[in-house]
Design a binder for this molecule. Structure first.
Ligand SMILES: *[C@@H]1O[C@H](CO)[C@@H](O)[C@H](O)[C@H]1NC(C)=O
Ligand SMILES: *[C@@H]1O[C@H](CO)[C@@H](O)[C@H](O)[C@H]1NC(C)=O
Ligand SMILES: *[C@@H]1O[C@H](CO)[C@@H](O)[C@H](O)[C@H]1NC(C)=O
Length: 358
């Protein structure tokens, strides 16, 4: 994953558009089954015995926190007569693709709720389905813990509706059938992964638990609650994971949730995010699609990706490939994609009609 240039990523380009191919693909239960391949995708865990894990002594606070989190993880789903998905939009200002979302949501009126955290300017809504859905927001400085605070604020608002079962940070119905969360997480030994760990995180967060992943997540209700109750690990990130050389240029949004879930419920997450971002150009920014790049073929190619790929940030640039497994079958990984320039809206609206009927 390429590093990001934080100063110029604030333009409202990052708003996500989504691909509805899943609606059709998924009918059965998408239940996670542990796969035997897991161990071999991490370079150092193939062939040889892993080194013994040193025993760590937990503090009282950490024992208490872990007991609460364990109970949350093991708690049965809260059943609702009308289960919904909460779509949580994290945006600096207005959302350029509201019209596209409207099209996406059409016909599913009682299956979703929308929450908008607009951190910079008051939003002007182009679609009635977004009207009145703004939550109280605060300034977000990209790369700092204020990003996590905004995510928590969105989750706290969305959890108030007992019908909400899954919580999508962005920007649907198959998600209802899954019992895991889609949080990206991998062990990057390079400078933009393990290099951002600092020993200030001790004793609670040891280096071998440190993970990296993209920010965009989809979590089930138990995990949404877990994120809100976590003050212990969150506090560590708030204090010690920030930009600046002293803190190894750590970005909370790329490390907090991947590391938290790796520590408290590693098998409860997929280790990939359902939001596709194209880092293949190896630049400081992911690829941003213009109107001319946006085609049916592009969306089709995104929709056909069925392996999640992580590239380490060290000199080896080692590629870790893992099939996206759903209910024991290799399937497309992504439901959403970013980034598109607002000018791509018209083309996307056209193509979208075709995607929804597949
Ligand atoms: C999801 O459900 C499957 C089948 O019931 C079960 O084997 C698996 O452990 C569950 N995973 C989680 C994280 O609850
Ligand atoms: C995700 O990675 C962790 C190790 O970091 C592993 O324990 C877990 O099984 C993985 N999840 C899936 C669904 O493979
Ligand atoms: C959508 O599908 C129709 C009918 O197959 C086709 O004529 C049209 O060109 C497609 N639109 C796009 C944007 O691909």
């Amino acid at each position: 994953m390429a590093p990001r240039n934080r100063t110029s990523s604030r333009r409202p380009l990052w708003v996500i558009i989504l691909i509805a191919f899943v609606c059709a693909i998924v009918t059965g239960a998408y239940l996670y089954k542990p796969q035997h391949y897991t161990g071999c995708y991490l370079s150092n865990s193939c062939g040889s015995q892993p080194p013994p894990v040193p025993v760590r002594v937990y503090t009282d606070d950490e024992i208490a926190a872990r007991a609460v989190m364990r109970d949350i993880v093991l708690s049965p789903p809260v059943h609702s007569k009308n289960p919904k998905i909460a779509f949580m939009f994290l945006t600096p200002s207005s959302l350029p693709f509201e019209k596209l979302w409207e099209k996406f949501f059409m016909g599913h009126e009682d299956r979703y709720t929308i929450y908008v955290h607009a951190s910079r300017e008051k939003t002007v809504h182009a679609s009635p389905i977004f009207a009145g859905r703004d939550i109280r927001s605060e300034k977000v400085v990209w790369g700092t813990v204020t990003m996590i605070d905004a995510e928590r604020r969105l989750l706290a608002n969305a959890l108030q509706d007992a019908d909400n079962q899954h919580f999508v940070l962005l920007s649907e119905s198959y998600l209802m059938e899954t019992n895991i969360s889609f949080v990206d997480s991998f062990d990057d030994p390079g400078p933009h992964g393990a290099g951002r760990y600092s020993e200030h995180m001790l004793p609670e967060i040891v280096k071998r638990d440190w993970r990296k992943g993209a920010q965009w997540f989809t979590v089930k209700r138990q995990h949404a609650v877990l994120i809100l109750v976590d003050t212990l690990y969150y506090g560590k990130f708030k204090r010690y994971c920030k930009p600046g050389n002293e803190y190894h240029n750590c970005y909370s949004d790329e490390h907090y949730l991947p590391t938290l879930f790796n520590m408290v419920d590693p098998t409860g997450i997929a280790n990939w995010s359902v939001t596709r971002v194209d880092w293949s150009e190896g630049k400081w920014h992911p690829k941003v699609y213009r109107a001319v790049d946006t085609s049916f073929e592009l969306l089709k190619s995104i929709a056909s990706i069925d392996e999640s790929i992580h590239v380490t940030s060290n000199a080896k640039h080692e590629m870790q490939r893992r099939p996206c497994m759903w209910n024991g079958m290799k399937r497309p990984c992504y439901l959403f994609a970013r980034k598109f320039y607002p000018e791509a809206l018209d083309t996307l609206m056209n193509i979208f009609s075709n995607f929804t009927v597949i």
